[in-house]
Design a protein around this ligand. Structure first.
Ligand code: CUA
Length: 376
């Protein structure tokens, strides 16, 4: 037996669930997720312009086609006693029109795409000198080598505003993909095949980047930040970053931390600090020529804000070292200190990562944090 009312209800149920599900999906797009539609540099601007152009063309096609369809459904619907419509078989004129018109639309989109692709790296810069960077994708963090400065950073790429950035993309493990939605589109980082990414930031600020090619267990936790500074601020940053770390820290906890770093902590097997266990000319971490270090270069760790693929934040104010009732140093509020959590159990924070260490006591962690904080 047919039950039209029940059938109608079922259809509405499906429609409603689809709407609810899609709103649930779209809700995840809110917050402070970076958007390609909020460009902050010439490359991202050209890419978003292409997006809008294709969207306009596609919207015209959609509206015209669906409009004709709805018009035909309503206008030529079956009415009581209406005669059978005229039967046709083939119409050369119509067939030529519906071949040529879509071809013209697709050709327009093709021209727009090719025009954008070839003009992507042509833009004017306020700073005449481009900045050469080598980007190395690790599992799972990003290394940034400044080829003409003696600087290596991790998880944070500091650049001057209005400057052309020429980034060589390298990987020694698996394929990653380098992407900062507000600055430039995705480029794969392929082992043995050196890709380039050219971009520029036109506004001072901080822009989130993300690995966008599945590269293993912690792919989703392979973020980074591009920090854009004014030319003067950038010059000051370079000057401070080019300094070696002090050979011997003055503060007692920091000194104990350095001993741990070099000795029983086992840190220096993977990490380097220029002036301590790295010489000035060994500032590069890895890349094509040197497989010197597994982990990030920590020479100026204290000046960074992001750790562990930017999934934890380093904030000295949240990691205050105090003296406990037993007279030993400890972190005042371990729960608020990202670096404490990382040093306590890096495998719990990011399972499968390269940082496999022995269990450190709270005193040792406090000493290491005191030392790392001194590396500004
Ligand atoms: Cu690296 Cu995904």
């Amino acid at each position: 037996m047919r039950m039209p009312i029940l059938r109608g209800m079922k259809r509405w149920g499906v429609l409603l669930s689809a709407l609810l599900l899609s709103s649930l999906l779209l809700a995840a797009c809110g917050g402070n997720s970076p958007s390609i539609l909020n460009p902050s540099g010439p490359v991202a601007l050209k890419e978003s312009n292409l997006f809008w152009f294709i969207l306009v063309v596609a919207t015209i096609v959609f509206v015209v086609v669906e409009g004709l369809l709805i018009y035909s459904i309503v206008r030529f619907r079956d009415r009581p006693n209406s005669p059978a419509p005229t039967q046709t078989h083939g119409n050369t004129t119509v067939e030529i029109i519906w071949t040529i018109v879509p071809s013209v639309f697709l050709f327009v989109v093709l021209v727009g795409t090719i025009y954008t692709m070839f003009g992507l790296t042509t833009f004017s810069s306020t700073n005449s000198r481009p900045l050469q960077i080598r980007v190395v994708g690790h599992q799972w963090w990003w290394e940034f080598d400044y080829l003409n400065e003696k600087i290596v950073t991790a998880d944070e790429l500091v650049i001057p505003v209005g400057t052309r950035i020429e980034a060589q993309l390298l990987s020694q493990n698996v394929i990653h993909s380098f992407w900062v939605p507000e600055l430039f589109g995705k480029t794969d980082v392929v082992p043995g095949h050196n890709n380039m990414s050219v971009f520029q930031a036109d506004n001072v600020g901080s822009y989130r980047g993300q690995c966008t090619e599945f590269c293993g267990l912690e792919h989703a936790h392979m973020n980074f930040y591009v920090i854009v500074k004014s030319q003067d601020d950038y010059n000051a940053w370079v000057t401070s970053q080019e300094q070696s770390a002090s050979t011997t820290p003055t503060e007692a906890n920091a000194l104990a931390g350095q001993k741990l770093f070099l000795g029983s902590g086992g840190c220096q097997g993977c990490h380097g600090i220029v002036g301590v266990n790295l010489k000035d000319d060994q500032h590069l971490n890895s890349g094509a020529d040197a497989s010197l270090l597994v982990g990030p270069n920590l020479t100026h760790f204290g000046s960074r804000r992001d750790i562990a693929g930017a999934i934890l934040q380093w904030d000295p104010a949240s990691c205050v070292v105090v003296t406990g009732s037993d007279g030993k140093p400890k972190i005042q509020n371990p729960d608020a200190c990202g670096l404490y959590q990382w040093l306590k159990d890096p495998q719990a924070v990011k399972p499968g990562n390269d940082m496999v260490i022995r269990t450190l006591s709270d005193t040792e962690i406090a000493q290491l944090i005191a030392y790392l904080e001194s590396l500004t």
